[in-house]
Design a protein around this ligand. Structure first.
Ligand code: X8Z
Ligand code: ZN
Length: 601
């Protein structure tokens, strides 16, 4: 039988006759997809396991094993994606047509078909992430490795120190981890572009932009449109914060009109500014509580923070996490080995082997991140009954938005319900509450946007390797209005000091999520019957909101994302009016404070 089949195949291959082979049937397409899904799933699970071990125990060996498993998975995916062209022009039912399309689009990293190039690319990918995970700043003259600071220690200094000299030192120190990545990144761009081109995309950035159920150029315009909607709000916040920082640090450190030096905003990347809330708090409207102190005072540890997050989801009607989640997750930084601390959520078997990997610090910021990660896990389990190719979010912004949507419900009233707060601040403190939230959510918007503006330019060749760093700072200034606190040159590679660049995680998803979570929150709050101001609405305990959310999550990626958005919000467009309306009272207040002072940079 086997021989006969190969003889027929040989005949078909040698047949140069004009009468083309008949178009493949729908049944053949179905069989092809069934088999592709099975094979791909097996390779994905194998890679997940290797990747988990590598990320929680970085060594040369685990890196090599994970890279090899990644290579096998990518090579298979590339091969299958190429085979789909056989079915081009065949009229397929909608679900099969969607699967064909997703098979071509599912990769973030496409490897060239040349096996040695594919191996080189996956090794570079694993090693850049490892370099980041192991990154440390060792103050000059330090011989003693125990004096070196890891990112968790540096993060604490960035969050709490008000000494510009010390902030500058750790800012500079962390940025010393990335120059060694520069040649690797350059090669990474070359090879991944080669892989993307073999799949018919002009470059890796174009491949990323093709994943949104619309033409890639239309997606880029959509992102610009959303940014224009929120920009005035950001500019108001920026002007207010710059002025407060100038009062605090003096005109020699903070300019009156120009960009804000990037080391003063409470975060290594100036991507969210909530840690400097005490420096900018409104005099008469401070809510009078601080989540970090509350968690510490109540003796919360990492596990209890995760339990509390889980309890929010179960209050909405989600089933509790499986026992394996508690056995296999990593909540704390191990003392005896190198790990990738950057928080992530895993679905190792694509069914219910859910895990969180995070080095949790007992802070309000990490409490929010715990909810963020759990949002991924509950989404992953909600779509686990879908066929493998549909087991993903409607678009990647949706995946990032779910947990953040839940965290928007961490209101004073919610904290009272779970016994963490005695009394809610009255409405006169709303500006303080909104300002604290804006320092996180509004400050993030331009950062969420600029990382991939940089990468899209790098992948397309518009930014050549000799200009990697210059282009990075141009975009940071253009969008965020922040500047490097000390001179930078092309000997630096500052993009590499942000996790998602060496780890090759696309970033526009977070920008979309920052917009979407307010749309989700607005609809869910309505479903929960909350009619007060949205920043005071918590959907905690609402089965109605829970059902609305779960119904959408269960769709996975089976339909184009506007269908999923409609299921949850009744609208088919991403729309920044939800975030703009949420912060409207704050915007008015900020503009009053900014009167007569410069804004913009
Ligand atoms: O990377 C993350 C999550 C994991 S998906 C912790 N975030 C972005 C970041 O840290 O830069 C969440 C917010 C933005
Ligand atoms: Zn995430």
């Amino acid at each position: 039988m086997k021989q006969l089949a190969s003889a027929l195949a040989a005949f078909a291959a040698s047949c140069l006759c004009a009468s083309a082979a008949p178009a493949p049937s729908v049944a053949e397409a179905r069989t092809f997809l069934d088999q592709a899904e099975k094979r791909l799933l097996a390779f994905q699970v194998e890679f997940s396991r290797a990747d988990w071990v590598k990320s929680t125990y970085i060594t040369d060996d685990t890196e090599a094993l994970a890279a090899a498993a990644n290579q096998r998975m990518i090579d298979l995916n590339v091969k299958l994606a190429k085979q789909t062209t056989r079915f081009d022009g065949v009229k397929l039912p909608a679900d099969l047509a969607r699967k064909m399309k997703l098979l071509k689009l599912s990769l973030t990293l496409a490897a060239p078909s040349n096996p040695s190039e594919s191996a080189e690319l996956t090794r570079i990918a694993a090693s850049m992430e490892g370099t980041y995970g192991k990154g440390k700043y060792c103050p000059e003259g330090t011989q003693d490795p125990s004096k070196c600071l890891d990112l968790e220690q540096i993060t604490r200094i960035m969050a709490t120190s008000r000494d510009p000299g010390q902030l500058l030192e750790v800012w500079r120190g962390w940025h010393t981890i990335s120059p060694p990545m520069r040649p690797s990144y350059r090669r990474f761009v070359e090879l991944s572009n080669k892989g993307a081109r073999e799949l018919g995309f002009s470059d890796t950035g174009a491949m990323w932009r093709s994943k949104y159920d619309m033409p890639p150029d239309a997606f880029a315009r959509e992102v610009d449109r959303l940014w224009e909607q929120v920009k005035p709000l950001y500019v108001s916040l920026h002007a207010y914060v710059r002025n407060k920082l100038r009062e605090k640090y003096g005109p020699g450190v903070v300019p009156e009109r120009g960009p804000i030096p990037a080391h003063l905003l409470g975060n290594m990347w100036a991507q969210s500014w909530d840690n400097i809330y005490p420096l900018v708090a409104p005099k008469d409207a401070d809510p009078g509580y601080d989540l970090t102190s509350i968690l510490k005072a109540h003796g919360y540890d990492a596990r209890r923070m995760v339990k509390s997050g889980e309890e929010f989801f179960t209050s909405l009607g989600f089933p509790p996490l499986p026992s394996t989640f508690w056995e296999r997750s990593m909540f704390q930084k191990p003392r005896d080995r190198e790990v990738v601390c950057h928080a992530s959520a895993w679905d190792v078997d694509y069914v219910d082997d859910l895990r969180v990997k995070m080095c949790i610090d007992i802070t309000g910021e990490d409490f929010v991140t715990v909810h963020h990660e759990l949002g991924h896990n509950f989404y992953q389990r909600a779509y686990n009954k879908q066929p493998p190719l549909f087991r993903d979010s409607a678009n990647d912004g949706f995946h990032e938005a779910v947990g953040d949507t839940i965290a928007l419900s961490i209101t004073p009233e919610y904290l009272i319900k779970i016994g963490l707060l005695d009394k809610a601040p009255d409405a006169s403190k709303d500006i303080g509450l909104l300002l604290a939230r804006a320092l996180d959510k509004v400050a993030f918007l331009p950062f969420g946007l600029m990382i991939d503006q940089w990468r899209w330019q790098v992948f397309s060749g518009q930014t050549p390797p000799e200009k990697y760093n210059e282009a990075w700072w141009q975009l940071r200034e253009k969008y965020q209005g922040v500047a490097a606190p000390i001179a930078r040159t092309e000997a630096d590679f500052d993009p590499g000091a942000k996790y998602h660049v060496p780890a090759n995680v696309p970033y526009t998803r977070y920008f979309l999520a920052a917009i979407l979570q307010f749309q989700f929150h607005r609809s869910l709050a309505e479903a929960a019957g909350c009619h007060g101001p949205l920043h005071r609405c918590s959907i905690y305990g609402s089965q109605e909101a829970g059902k609305r959310l779960i119904d959408m999550l269960e769709m996975g990626q089976s339909r184009p994302w506007p269908d999923a958005l409609q299921a949850l919000t009744g609208k088919r467009e991403m729309d920044a009016t939800a975030i703009v309306d949420y912060f409207a009272p704050l915007k008015k207040w900020l503009d009053e404070q900014n009167q007569g002072k410069p804004s913009g940079w």
